[in-house]
Write a protein that binds this ligand. Structure first.
Ligand code: RFL
Ligand code: PHB
Length: 390
């Protein structure tokens, strides 16, 4: 099999890249190790930055998002029983975010790809990228029990944190920067109306909690838990009781209870692999970087990477110049590190670190007071939350 761009992974990064290339008239093949149902049901992100929304619309993939997504002009921060609304639109000159689940973005992109785009092979597991530093890189993969080869002009590794493509970067050239956190998030999906009409990020002495949503009747809630916690160890009653404590306010508002339909624990880490390009292999999305979910940045970073790659390839076709392809890694990494900084800062602002000293807790309180009382500090948060330019 032969194509111009071999895309490994059909998460948001790989699927959107396939769509952008299709619209630009560049052929591509997508290899995905899982089956379609799995990819369409994996619960993850919920918040799309303005820039991501604009890209999906321009790619002709925004129709259902515009119909069913919920536009949010603000978020609420909650601590010490008090609410502090961050007026995203007012502080950023009109930027907002869209609450529209990653599962739905993936369903929309898969349907478009199958109807209009090039091959998208499910249950096709990439084994290795070979000859990445030549003009004819190849992906070896296993599909329907047989080993096959995809010959390409370019390979884009969109295969997530546990993928294999980045192994093709020689160890002597690769550098990894990381921080692991001593806590994770226990995420639940519940058939209950959202606690509030905007997202609520609560920094409680017992730990962080987040109230998000999937629709007007489905809530997505998260609780900070110690690293290594087993989701099954939390009964539904214990979970609701803990959520009620952490979202407590002086006015007595608590999230509505309802049947919990899914429960799982996500570890938290900050992690960056540099460089993001080796020869004709380009890494995109979680294959190259992970952020803790507090800033809602992971999917949005993946979108930035693939937009940068598609733009660079179109530039080459139009001008014959490799300049944008060559600068792919530094271009992406500037935005990645801004998101890493933002996500780490917001995580520190809102979580209760088990080993925090009394001094650090006072600093955290002072940071919170600064955001609640200083427009410039709130505006900086709003700028980061609504997203850095592509
Ligand atoms: P994905 O989504 O992990 O997709 C990678 C795909 O590659 C496939 N794959 C392979 N295919 C072929 N051969 C192989 N050898 C392969 N190995 C793997 C996998 O099956 C998969 O289909 O990576 P991608 O596309 O880079 O997308 C990244 C996002 O999924 C991720 O950053 C976000 O979900 C992070 N995230 C959030 N991001 C946001 O922007 N906003 C949010 O609100 C947000 N909330 C979250 C999140 C992530 C969370 N978890 C569970 C990690 C909340 C949570 C709880
Ligand atoms: C979600 O809705 O899943 C979500 C929202 C905001 C975050 C993380 C996850 O920061």
């Amino acid at each position: 099999m032969r194509t111009t761009v071999g895309i490994v992974g059909a998460g948001p990064a790989g699927l959107l890249l396939a769509r952008l290339l299709h619209r630009a008239g560049i052929d591509a093949v997508v290899l995905e190790s899982r089956d379609r149902a799995y990819v369409e049901q994996r619960q993850r992100a919920g918040v799309l930055e303005q820039g991501t929304v604009d890209v999906l619309r321009a790619a002709g993939a925004g129709e259902r998002m515009d119909r069913e997504g919920l536009r949010h002009d603000g978020v609420e921060l909650r601590w010490a029983g008090r609410r502090h609304r961050i007026d995203l639109a007012g502080l950023t000159g009109g930027r907002s975010v869209m609450v529209y689940a990653q599962t739905e973005v993936c369903k929309d992109l898969i349907a478009l790809q199958l109807a209009e785009g090039g091959p998208l092979l499910f249950e096709a597991r990439a084994l290795a990228v070979e000859d990445a530093d030549t003009e004819r890189p190849r992906v070896r993969f296993r599909h329907r029990g047989a080993e096959e080869v995809l010959e390409c002009d370019y390979v884009v590794g969109c295969d997530g944190f546990r993928g294999v493509t980045r192994r093709a970067v020689p160890a002597a050239l690769a550098q990894v920067f990381e921080r692991t956190y001593p806590f994770g998030w226990l995420g639940v999906l519940a058939d209950a109306p959202p606690a509030h009409d905007e997202l609520v990020y609560a920094g409680h002495d017992r730990g962080f909690a987040l109230a998000s949503m999937r629709s007007p009747s489905v809530s997505r809630l998260y609780l900070q838990v110690p690293a290594g916690t087993d989701a099954a160890a939390w009964s539904d009653d214990a979970l609701w009781a803990e959520l009620e404590r952490r979202f407590e306010t002086a006015d007595g508002a608590v999230p509505a209870r309802g049947p919990i339909t899914q429960k799982s624990v996500t570890p938290m880490r900050s992690w960056v692999h540099e460089p993001m390009r080796y020869g004709r292999l380009h890494l995109a999305g979680d294959a190259a970087h992970i952020v803790p979910p507090t800033g809602a940045k992971g999917l949005n970073l993946a979108v930035g990477d693939v937009v940068t790659f598609a733009r660079a390839l179109v530039h080459r076709r139009e001008t014959g110049s490799d300049a944008l392809l060559t600068s792919y890694s530094p271009t992406c990494l500037r935005r990645v590190w801004q998101a890493e900084r933002f996500s780490a800062d917001l995580t520190a602002l809102l979580h209760r670190a088990p080993d925090a000293t009394p001094f650090e807790l006072r600093l955290q309180r002072a940071r919170r007071e600064r955001i609640a009382s200083c427009r410039a500090a709130a505006a900086d948060l709003a700028e980061g939350y609504t997203g850095f330019p592509f």
